[in-house]
Design a protein around this ligand. Structure first.
Ligand SMILES: Nc1ncnc2c1ncn2[C@@H]1O[C@H](COP(=O)(O)OP(=O)(O)OP(=O)(O)O)[C@@H](O)[C@H]1O
Ligand SMILES: [Mg+2]
Length: 406
């Protein structure tokens, strides 16, 4: 088992925090779907009513036309023309003769400036579309001659039919914008918390650390403790604290990335860990890379990532098994370097492959659930690389892949 860090506290973060979050998300999506469905149903009801009204209006229109054609007393009933025929300012209508020639049109946006032939062909095309919606109404005008009234639903009705879709699309767009704005501000806030906490920790550690360095120098020189192993042990702890302070200070500022020999850096990180974990855990480093291959890293932060991943691996194997670190060029991008860390531990269930990187997600009694969240942040935000679970099988093991820029 690892000796570091030596002081552990019980986790105070509630484990089911992410289950609760996904339940809330489900409720929000459910309510949104209900509102959407209610809007569509209500608008369809309105469309149906308006459609029935238009049908009645057109029937009355046709009856009036029939009456006007067959009546002798045109002057007495001319009000019918004004009140019913002219009053139809919404439903598009085409009046055509037996041969399908359009005689008159109402409420149609016939383009201006058309020649007579073009106008007729435009109206005939409209008649075809109208026929698809409703069969034309036949008007007997005497002597066996028949005329036809073609009509279609008003543009108001058509717009109303599409209104819920437009409304849902707008709400959807607003939802997406709100989601991105919200997650952007949440991420910015998280960044401020991480950076602020790290800076503060580095700052707080600095004072007792310099005092400890002073004490060690004093003890080394004192008659009583000169040459005592305890002074050198104290030195090791001081070095460890310095590494921790350096890590926090790098997280709290813009870390400097340098071209480092990635094989050597990895070997150093592993040999440091190897001396601190159970002998029942074996480490092996494999590589196909030339020994001097460089990668852009900040050593204190990179070490922290390797330490977090390997500590988890040791925990997943209950302190017994093997950890293999394989460095290679990823197949897709040969300018990058992939570091695969494979353990023979208990594995991660498929449904949790993403959750393990969420801050606060832990399955351990004494875990904070911060190790992988921090590692991902270090690799993706500070090194512009990637960290993900490449493979995992319950009961067999896990491979985490770190991708760095070469
Ligand atoms: N190699 C692994 N094999 C199996 N499960 C793993 C492995 N690495 C991580 N996990 C799972 O992911 C969880 C989150 O890991 P993470 O390092 O973020 O937190 P933690 O180890 O629980 O606590 P902390 O690192 O903060 O002390 C772990 O609790 C564990 O369930
Ligand atoms: Mg961990």
């Amino acid at each position: 088992m690892l000796h570091l860090p030596s002081v552990r506290f019980c986790s105070v973060l509630p484990i089911p925090i992410y289950d609760q979050k996904s339940r809330i998300k489900l409720v929000i999506v459910g309510v949104a779907l209900l509102i959407g469905a209610a809007t569509v149903i209500y608008t369809n009801l309105l469309v149906q009513r308006l459609s029935e009204r238009e049908q009645k209006q057109i029937d009355l229109y046709a009856k009036t036309q029939r009456y006007l054609i067959n009546t002798e007393e045109e002057s007495n009933v001319s009000f019918l023309y004004d009140e019913i025929i002219e009053a139809n300012t919404t439903i598009p209508v085409i009046w055509a003769d037996d041969s399908g020639y359009p005689l008159d049109a109402q409420n149609l946006p016939v383009p201006k400036g058309l020649s007579e032939t073009a106008r007729v062909s435009y109206l005939q095309q409209e008649m075809l579309k109208m026929k698809e919606q409703h069969p034309p109404i036949v008007i007997e005008i005497g002597g066996g001659v028949r005329n036809f009234i073609y009509y279609k639903e008003s543009s108001l009705l058509t717009q109303l039919r599409f209104y819920p879709l437009v409304q849902l699309a707008i709400i959807g767009c607003l939802g997406v914008i709100a989601y991105f704005a919200f997650s952007y501000s949440r991420r910015a806030e998280q960044n401020r918390v991480w950076v602020g906490l790290a800076k503060e920790t580095a700052h707080q550690l600095g004072t007792p650390l310099s005092s400890l360095v002073g004490w060690q120098a004093y003890l080394r020189e004192s008659e009583r403790f000169r040459g005592e192993p305890i002074v050198e042990e104290l030195g090791k702890d001081i070095r460890r604290l310095e590494i921790i302070t350096e890590r926090f200070s790098n997280i709290g500022s813009v870390p400097v990335l340098k071209d480092e020999n990635i094989l050597r850096v990895t070997q150093n990180a592993i040999s440091y860990l190897q001396s601190r974990v159970s002998r029942k855990v074996s480490f092996e480093i494999k590589t196909d890379l030339p020994t001097d291959t460089p990668a852009q890293v900040n050593i204190p932060l990179f070490d922290w990532v390797i330490e977090n991943i390997c500590k988890n691996a040791v925990d997943a194997m209950d302190g017994r098994g093997s950890i293999t670190i394989h460095l290679r060029r990823p197949v897709r991008n040969k300018s990058q370097i992939a570091i695969d860390i494979t353990d023979t531990g208990k594995g991660i269930p498929k449904s949790k492959l993403e959750s393990v990187f969420l801050p606060g997600y832990t399955t351990k009694k004494r875990g904070w659930g911060l190790g992988l969240a921090l590692a991902k942040r270090i690799i993706e935000n500070y090194h512009k690389g990637r960290l993900f679970v490449k493979w995992s099988e319950v009961g067999r093991g896990t491979t985490f892949r770190v991708i760095l820029n070469g």
